[in-house]
Design a protein around this ligand. Structure first.
Ligand code: 1CP
Length: 351
């Protein structure tokens, strides 16, 4: 089920990856589908559990399309979650309304016996079906981004058993038993490659690797658990799908983001909210990479002229560069949908 090349050529979103700066830049927003949209809340109620929404192609495709219908973003992002990977591996995962994810923690090398990579394709199948359905239903000019969590970030949830502010359990395991922890990372690298490979086969024309907790590791550990696994995923996908760009989002990496780009070979770098725009403009100049970012999601909540001014500042600094407009992290649930409309209009109008 490969997509036809003609329509792919027409997608503006892919232009920066082909070496061309666009004016205005393409725009999509992390978590563009979600609780800030009333139509999402309605579909979510219909689905029952959150994982049920992720695994029901008709509903997952519907919530992916909702923000495209409203705002006409240049790219849609598959609606799923980074924690379908541990779920597919056989770890118990649940989402508690209002509290976030809960997993039966994996704390040492013996617990790895609970994971079975051989069974993942069965669980992933409906996600791949969602991608195929989306490629049919999306406007031809809209790109479709597939994604996974980076092995490090997914591991932090698997080991901690929930979201945490310091990812302490995973960091401690990695310090105390490097070999054992690297076995968990290896499982995640292999599973992520096949998960992403099949998303592309079903119709995704770009991929993003979310490394939300990349910033919790000091230099050597950052290399070992963030850079190296991402490089391995990037290289395998290049062999399988040389034309499909991969965006890395190593949130909180700070100055190490430049090193991350050079060593992983990602085609795009997602900059987080704390990255100053002049760093977005200058830090990656020597790298062959598309820069993406980085409006503060809370400025999107506040809206008004404050938001407009910052948007203009980012646009004028990044003008003439290979750039994709995005937030510095995901949309938050209290975002007024009309502010998103205002943002898209502002970016499209240019400065
Ligand atoms: O009740 C609900 O509807 C659940 C809220 C929700 C949503 C809308 C969760 C639970 N996941 C999602 C969708 C989701 N998650 C997408 C969909 C595509 C999109 O529109 O962008 C994506 C790409 C993700 C990725 C994801 N999940 C990340 C990485 C990006 C990021 O925001 O940092 C992470 C860390 C998760 C884990 C997760 N899933 C859900 C929550 C609330 C969390 C965070 C848990 C925590 O750390 O406390």
């Amino acid at each position: 089920m490969q997509m036809d090349i003609g329509s792919k050529a027409a997608r503006r979103f892919l232009e920066p990856f082909r070496g061309k700066a666009c004016s205005p830049p393409p725009i999509w927003l992390m978590r563009q589908a979600g609780r800030y949209l009333p139509e999402y809340r309605e579909t979510r109620t219909k689905a029952g559990g959150f994982l049920n929404l992720c695994y029901t192609p008709e509903l997952a495709a519907e919530v992916t399309l909702q923000p495209i219908r409203r705002y006409g973003f240049d790219a849609a992002i598959l609606f799923s979650d980074i924690l379908v990977v541990p779920d597919a591996l056989g770890q118990k995962v649940s989402f508690v309304e209002g509290e976030g994810p809960r997993l039966e923690p994996i704390r040492n090398v013996n617990d790895l016996r609970r994971l079975d990579p051989a069974r993942t394709a069965r669980t992933f199948a409906p996600v791949w079906e969602t991608v195929a359905r989306l490629r049919q239903d999306l406007p031809r000019e809209t790109s479709l981004i597939g994604f996974c969590g980076a092995p490090w970030t997914v591991a932090t949830y698997m080991v901690q058993g929930e979201g945490s502010s310091d990812q302490a359990e995973a960091r401690l395991w990695a310090y105390r038993d490097r070999e054992g922890f690297s076995r968990l990372i290896d499982i995640l690298v292999e599973t992520s490659i096949s998960y992403l490979d099949n998303q592309v086969k079903a119709g995704a024309d770009c991929l993003q690797i979310f490394d939300t907790w990349a910033g919790s590791l000091p230099d050597d550990e950052f290399d070992r658990w963030v850079v190296d696994p991402t490089r391995r995923i990037r290289e395998s996908l290049r062999d399988l799908h040389p034309d499909v760009p991969v965006i890395g989002f190593p949130r909180g990496a700070g100055p190490a983001a430049v090193w991350y780009v050079a060593e992983t070979g990602v085609d795009g770098i997602g900059c987080d909210t704390a990255t100053p725009p002049y760093v977005m403009k200058e830090a990656f100049e020597d790298e062959d990479v598309v820069v993406q970012g980085n409006l503060d999601p809370l400025l999107l909540v506040a809206g008004g002229t404050q938001m407009d001014e910052r948007v203009d500042e980012i646009l004028s600094l990044m003008a003439g560069q290979r750039f994709i407009f995005n937030l510095g992290h995901g949309i938050v649930p209290q975002t007024p949908p009309e502010n998103v409309a205002r943002l898209v209009e502002r970016v499209r109008k240019g400065t």
